[in-house]
Design a binder for this molecule. Sequence first.
Ligand SMILES: NC(=O)C1=CN([C@@H]2O[C@H](COP(=O)(O)OP(=O)(O)OC[C@H]3O[C@@H](n4cnc5c(N)ncnc54)[C@H](OP(=O)(O)O)[C@@H]3O)[C@@H](O)[C@H]2O)C=CC1
Ligand SMILES: Nc1nc(=O)c2c([nH]1)NC[C@@H]1CN(c3ccc(C(=O)N[C@@H](CCC(=O)O)C(=O)O)cc3)C=[N+]21
Ligand SMILES: [Mg+2]
Length: 282
Amino acid sequence: MSAQIIDGKKVSKDVREELKAKCEDLKAKGVEPCLAVVLVGDDPGSQVYVRNKERGCAEVGIKSIAYRLDAGITQQTLLELVDKLNRDPAVHGILVQLPLPKHLDEKEVLRLIDPKKDVDGFHVVNAGSLFTGEGGGFVSCTPQGIMRLIASTGVSIEGKNAVVIGRSNIVGKPMAMLLLNANATVTVCHSRTKNLKEIAKGADILVVAIGRPEFVTGDMIKSGAVVIDVGMNRVDGKLKGDVKFDEAKEVAGYVTPVPGGVGPTTITMLLSNTLQAAEAQG
Ligand SMILES: NC(=O)C1=CN([C@@H]2O[C@H](COP(=O)(O)OP(=O)(O)OC[C@H]3O[C@@H](n4cnc5c(N)ncnc54)[C@H](OP(=O)(O)O)[C@@H]3O)[C@@H](O)[C@H]2O)C=CC1
Ligand SMILES: Nc1nc(=O)c2c([nH]1)NC[C@@H]1CN(c3ccc(C(=O)N[C@@H](CCC(=O)O)C(=O)O)cc3)C=[N+]21
Ligand SMILES: [Mg+2]
């Protein structure tokens, strides 16, 4: 048996067509959607992400401004930039690329971003509205994109066992919340979890976001499961996911490749959130 490969580029392409039309509408109303991206230091992984995001913006018609700051800048300088972007009416979305260099206080920076411009959905106000099910806020891009990828399989989520490995604020936790809101029975695993293999094997939907190359092997996957690989690990210059793809392909029903799976949809949801921000701010 061989799993179907979930094509993140194809899922993205269809959504980006809709976003292009929405962007044109906004421009016709005199609004030029604009995303500001702040990159501190020169982490190579972050560079790739920033480049792909710039390409995505260009494709859909969103203006993007990149602020590339020296790794040694002070907290104060970064806070002043965020404050300036908060007050700039021409800027609709603000993204501060994570992780920040260790001497900077990430939480304080994220807290300062105006929730209305927080297209990453990392501010406590946006995280909180996802948590309460209130809606209307911005939802973290990677989990939001993953919901699209799962939808593209046609597999229904309601009542299924969903297992999320990883509990970060940017992927694992919001992912668990979206799956819960979609009526899955959700288990969240992390580095202290016992019997991880058994728990993973019980998953109808398995989302892996840990940052360990090829951690999930074929024997941890239920036959026919939907397997979503969030991992982006550089190994000898090559990109590897958190899932051993060749083994997963033999067991799973559906599996995402790396690259070409979760990454493209993350960018697409960022574009979507930016247009949502521009629309709301007018
Ligand atoms: N394609 C995309 O769009 C994106 C990809 N990524 C990639 O996804 C991966 C995860 O990112 P992120 O969520 O930010 O990672 P973090 O490093 O913030 O979190 C990793 C999580 O994995 C858990 N973990 C680590 N090792 C193990 C283990 N051996 N067994 C079980 N759990 C473990 C940690 O547990 P604990 O909490 O106990 O420490 C933690 O909760 C990375 O490879 C990253 O590059 C991230 C964002 C977007
Ligand atoms: N504030 C903030 N928001 C984020 O959303 C955020 C972040 N910081 N820090 C880093 C992680 C990682 N991340 C990726 C998104 C897309 C690709 C991507 O485009 N991947 C492509 C191409 C990868 C390649 O070719 O190298 C793919 O998987 O096909 C990768 C990684 C967002 N993150
Ligand atoms: Mg991918």
